[in-house]
Design a protein around this ligand. Structure first.
Ligand SMILES: Nc1nc2c(c(=O)[nH]1)N[C@@H](CNc1ccc(C(=O)N[C@@H](CCC(=O)N[C@@H](CCC(=O)N[C@@H](CCC(=O)O)C(=O)O)C(=O)O)C(=O)O)cc1)CN2
Ligand code: MET
Ligand SMILES: [Zn+2]
Length: 756
């Protein structure tokens, strides 16, 4: 077998340490730079990164983890599987971006969550007419680029089983695993080409195998990897899993001739199973002991112990991250405002690479060879465990004193009548989800405040002016329940985290969310305390400008946790109750300020759903409980709304009903209102606003199509329960298209009302 390596990572961030790729791609879209300039910017980023990984001491370096937009879209291109509607676009790059973002004639591919992360991939569409063909230009180019720098480059591919399981059958396609016979030969061909180009190793990612496995999937794994590993004309083959354990897929893979398996030893529990599989004895285990999903410094002693137990199970061991570093920021070096103690607890991307190298050195040359590093790590873990900021007795006592009724409201039917009387809304009330366009004016004002170029009073004046514009626009359009537009929020999670004790925010900790869009997940490190109201002044200001009701707008506890880096020293459920209490206090303050409707968004409810069925009920139980705790502090005349998006809701439909929110706005435009039937099936009988148009595209929906959506919704939901709203917030859209779309939405609601 080929030379074995000892230290690697499964993948890397790619947006650029200062979001250089985001800026280059957005400049290309805006026509400010050409394709050559974009390619040059991308190449510079890759070469910098390659150099850093090599200099850090990795002896196998992933390539082809770069992407202009998304690696699943790249895989669809690799396999010639873009839908025919993009065929007319002759330029490769423009066709690629059209598939990602849509254009005037063709809708983009759907976007959905990458397993249980906040990264979104584009869902390939496979129709009976899809004729797969191999387009290896990108992976070969990135391989050659790395080999030219004399790097131990390991091309990374999304595996055939995962690719098909993540794709969507369209135009009457049947089970997609049946299409393996068409794509496995392309992988065989590609493996030969990678070998000919000089690749010693290839990494084939099969994260879908950490989900529920049935016999069909296991048979597909067996068939695929017998074929792929059985070809002799190939590099050494690593099959990588992450985000959980391989479980039953592990012995199946081990029985094939693959050379190495990567296991996630942070999220999964494959280490015991590895020991009992004799076939592992001549393979390499790539042990994912450094957490690629979270930002805490690794307990190196514990990792060494884990590695030690694996030593007897395999031919050899390499140290790695649990998954790609795509999900963490580049480096702590960019965080200039952290206090030194906090900093010592953390490891971002480059620090994790350092941990991998240290662990590999300890394995190869003995722990003495890195004793100083091990000692520093131990000391940092100690200061973290003993830091007083981790515990707040007042919060813990408050939570302990809450009875079960703290999460229970008056029965929904009783609330409905009281709220109807208080709010006096027309039938089919119109509303929006919260945010209005985050214009560059708004972001520049925030940047100016940060740099001290304007003071807080000036910042408040500018945000109030934005709020006044948004209120005026909604009044002009004739919307019934108004929002303030969220201009003051850099992000719907970070905004709250910045004001809560127990969290800290990063200055440059950007992580790709989708395409060129990034987030800076806050870091939850201690008990959560709300020191002061977080939204009341903005909402009451907005309410002072109009006689229509303005919704208070909050983010729910599950979503705040899902989009943060969370503490790993207590169950997530406990953290959720602490955050819930802070949100609950905010709802009560909004109510006291006269606000009659409060929306508590939970777009990430589905995202945190565990990947294996056995773990799902316990999650849904605490998640629903935390939401209810956050919303049951108000009295029955206050109408609670929630909002859900970005997912297939099938598996969480029961939980949605369990939230007991008076009104739920839910993404539905792309799924054609099917979600309403699903809600009926679980006896859901509360208010619901199925999104009537897709906000992810700049296209303005016509009155007729919104009318058609509403009529189809009315087949599933009685008029008394139906609300009219877009699919999600409008922050990524332009002002002109928002105004045109909402005008049509109001008009459509009016037409349907008069026809009732
Ligand atoms: N956390 C989170 N996860 C989520 C979502 C979400 O809203 N939040 N929604 C879904 C994903 N959708 C998303 C939609 C939009 C953006 C998004 O627009 N991100 C912005 C950054 C938002 C932000 O933090 N803005 C800051 C900083 C903005 C900035 O770049 N400022 C410039 C200066 C101003 C300028 O030149 O524009 C700078 O610092 O250099 C602010 O407004 O203050 C971006 O990538 O551009 C992200 C995710 C699911 N996951
Ligand atoms: C990703 S869900 C977004 C909800 C939020 N209130 C908004 O409108 O932006
Ligand atoms: Zn949304």
């Amino acid at each position: 077998m080929s030379t074995r390596f000892t230290a690697t990572v499964l993948g890397t961030p790619r947006i650029g340490p200062r979001r250089e790729l985001k800026k280059a791609v957005e400049s290309y879209w805006a026509g400010r730079i050409d394709a050559a300039a974009l390619a040059a910017a991308a190449r510079t980023l890759r070469e910098q990164q390659f150099g850093e990984l090599r200099d850090a001491g990795l002896d196998s370096i992933p390539v082809n983890t770069f992407s202009y937009y998304d690696h699943v879209l790249d895989t669809a291109v690799l396999l010639g599987a873009l839908p025919a509607r993009f065929d007319a676009i002759t330029d490769d790059l423009d066709r690629y971006f059209a598939a990602a973002r849509g254009n005037d004639i063709a809708a983009p591919l759907e976007m959905t969550k990458w397993f249980d992360t906040n990264y979104h991939y584009l869902v390939p569409e496979i129709s009976p007419n899809t004729t797969f063909s191999l387009n290896p230009a990108k992976v070969l180019a990135e391989l050659n680029e790395a080999l030219a720098l004399d790097l131990p480059a390991r091309p990374v591919l999304v595996g055939p089983v995962t690719f098909l399981l993540l794709s969507k059958p369209v135009d009457g396609s049947g089970a997609l695993l049946d299409r393996l016979d068409e794509i496995v030969p392309l992988y065989v061909d590609l493996l030969a080409q990678l070998k000919a180009a000089g690749a010693q190793w290839v990494q084939i990612d099969e994260p879908a195998l950490v989900g529920d496995l049935d016999d069909a999937i296991l048979a597909a794994v067996d068939r695929t990897y017998r074929t792929l590993a059985g070809t002799t004309d190939r590099p050494a083959m690593l099959v990588a899993s992450y985000f959980g354990e391989l479980g039953a897929a592990l012995p199946v893979l081990a029985a094939t001739e693959i050379d190495a398996v990567a296991v996630d030893l942070v999220a999964g529990k494959d280490s015991d199973a590895l020991a009992s599989i004799p076939a592992m004895a001549d393979k390499l285990i790539v042990a994912g002991v450094v957490d690629g999903r979270n930002i805490w410094r690794t307990d190196l002693d514990a990792s060494l112990a884990t590695l030690g137990t694996l030593l007897g199970s395999a031919g050899s061991i390499a140290v790695s991250t649990s998954c790609s570093l795509l999900h963490v920021p580049y480096t702590l070096v960019a965080e200039t405002e952290l206090d030194d103690r906090l900093r010592s607890w953390l490891a971002f991307g480059s620090e994790k690479v350092g941990e991998v190298v240290t662990l590999a050195a300890a394995l190869n040359a003995g722990p003495e060879s890195v004793s100083d590093t091990l000692a520093a790590s131990r000391a940092a873990l100690q200061t973290r465990a003993s830091d007083p900021r981790l515990h707040n007795d007042a919060v813990r006592n408050r939570l302990a004193a809450l009875g079960p009724d703290a999460a229970t409201r008056t029965p929904a039917a009783d609330r409905r009548a009281l709220q109807a009387e208080r709010l006096g809304l027309p039938s089919l009330p119109t509303t929006t989800i919260g945010s209005y366009p985050q214009t560059s004016q708004i972001r520049i004002a925030r940047a100016a405040l940060r740099k001290g170029e304007i003071d807080q009073a000036e910042y408040v004046r500018r945000m109030q002016a934005e709020i006044a514009d948004v209120i005026a626009l909604q009044e002009k359009l004739g919307i019934d329940v108004l929002v303030h537009g969220e201009p003051e929020r850099n992000d719907m999670v970070q905004y709250f985290a910045e004001q809560l004790d127990g969290f800290f925010a990063t200055a440059n900790g950007w992580v790709q969310s989708y395409g060129s869009r990034c987030v800076r997940p806050p870091i939850l490190f201690g008990d959560v305390v709300r020191q002061h109201p977080m939204t009341v002044e903005w909402i009451t200001y907005a309410q002072s400008l109009t006689s229509k009701p303005v919704k208070g707008m909050l983010t729910g506890p599950v979503t705040i946790l899902a989009w943060s880096f969370v503490r790993d020293d207590q169950p997530l459920a406990d953290s959720a109750r602490q955050v819930a209490l802070a949100i609950r206090d905010e709802t009560v303050d909004l109510q006291a300020a006269g606000v009659g409707i409060v929306q508590v968004d939970e777009p990430a409810l589905r995202e945190l759903l565990p990947l294996r069925s056995a773990d799902k009920p316990a999650y849904l139980d605490w998640a629903v409980g935390a939401f209810r705790l956050s919303t049951a502090g108000v009295d029955e005349t206050t109408q609670i709304h929630t909002h859900l998006c970005y997912s297939e809701f099938g598996e969480v439909i029961g939980a949605i009903a369990g939230l007991d929110a008076d009104v739920t706005s839910i993404e539905a435009a792309r799924s054609h209102m099917e979600v309403l039937d699903d809600l009926n099936a679980v006896g859901f009988d509360l208010g619901v606003g199925p999104g009537v148009y897709d906000i992810h595209s700049p296209r303005v929906p016509s009155v007729e199509e919104i009318v058609a959506s509403l009529r189809s919704a009315l087949e599933a939901v009685p008029v008394e329960r139906l609300w009219v709203n877009p699919d999600c917030g409008l922050k990524t859209r332009g002002t002109a298209e928002v105004e045109a779309s909402l005008k049509n939405l109001v008009e459509a609601a009016a037409q349907v009302r008069t026809s009732l």
